[in-house]
Design a protein around this ligand. Sequence first.
Ligand SMILES: *Cc1c(COP(=O)(O)O)cnc(C)c1O
Length: 434
Amino acid sequence: MIHYDYPDARGHFGPYGGSFVSETLTHAIAELRSAYERYRHDPDFQREFRQELVHFVGRPSPIYHAARLSRELGGAQILLKREDLNHTGAHKINNVIGQAMLARRMGKPRIIAETGAGQHGVATATICARYGLTCIVYMGAEDVKRQSPNVYRMQLLGATVVPVHSGSRTLKDALNEALRDWVTNVGNTFYIIGTVAGPHPYPTMVRDFQSVIGEECLQQMPQRLAELGLPGNGAPGLPDAVIACVGGGSNAMGIFYPYIPYEAVRLIGVEAAGAGLDSGHHAASLQRGTPGVLHGNRTYVLQNADGQITETHSVSAGLDYPGVGPEHAWLKDSGRAEYVGVTDDEALAAFHRLCRTEGIIPALESSHAIAYAMKLAPTLRPDQTLLVNLSGRGDKDIGTVADLSGAEFYCRPSCRGQAVKTAHPITPVEGAAA
Ligand SMILES: *Cc1c(COP(=O)(O)O)cnc(C)c1O
């Protein structure tokens, strides 16, 4: 077993992490840090958090054996941790519940968040409705246009969505606006961050809230593998590898963290390689970025020689982020985790393949993890296992997939009942008829 004890008291994961914020926010950050220190080991807080996860989210989520997919690939068994079955359809809800509970205990009735694709905004609006908290979500004006169903979802849940018209009118501009709001309203406002980024203590706090994913896996896997007659990797219940997609890195940290001490288990993070890792159009911060400061912490950042953040690209909006959580930067440098890239095309192929072989429509983000498992499985033996975090469901992505596949898609929000006629139907996937 590896001894792993990160971060240090000031939020450093080796040379990464820390807290780089303006003077006006140092007090708010210190206040959050002491509140989190107080409640993270508080039995009442932990009990309420577990209850919320059971009754509101629907946990524990099952571990599903993708038997047909595994058989077709002819190698290791692929097991899916079903975060797509959570309320609101992804892992993000785990973390927002924890932070909203903290906000209530700190006496902060006003919640702010920023969102790109809208998934974190929807999760935040959901928990604010549940707890009766005021919810303001900042969103780039461009994203508001692109993600109109999520904007309406947030509004249905009672949130105010504020379009941000500055800069490139996307996520990083929304982030600046959220920080500006926090500085102004720091007395009554809690800023809910959606991934393992931001200044200390956010990366640790979000990891801890998401660790329920990996903790459940540690508990569920021995029985699951026994049922399947699989030996486990060295010890009963241990998979050969754990695979998760990495945008900011919260679903990956959530499933990796409890497995870090078990060094026989490979931890594999899958970044969005977009049009290719060397195309200049990707979001692979760990593989093509360099250390720098972004969003209040030191980490790998996609930046040019002058330190300007460069444009990122991924078919999947949730992975389209120029930074990554500082703990991943450390896991990469220390060699405990490996990071690989999957292109848009590979992710799309995996999306279709999982739909057709298992009856599960995965999020495009999660499809990156599936795609890598599909590459790795045939290189391994059938008694080996890959545990893949299926971070979310793909209902939100069907419009994007239809556009990219040139498919006929009825009831697109903007088409008002008219069918969109297209040139090519979806290409059947290999093995779909088996
Ligand atoms: C937001 C999102 C991601 C990316 O965020 P991480 O912090 O890297 O987990 C991945 N999958 C789904 C389904 C998402 O909604």
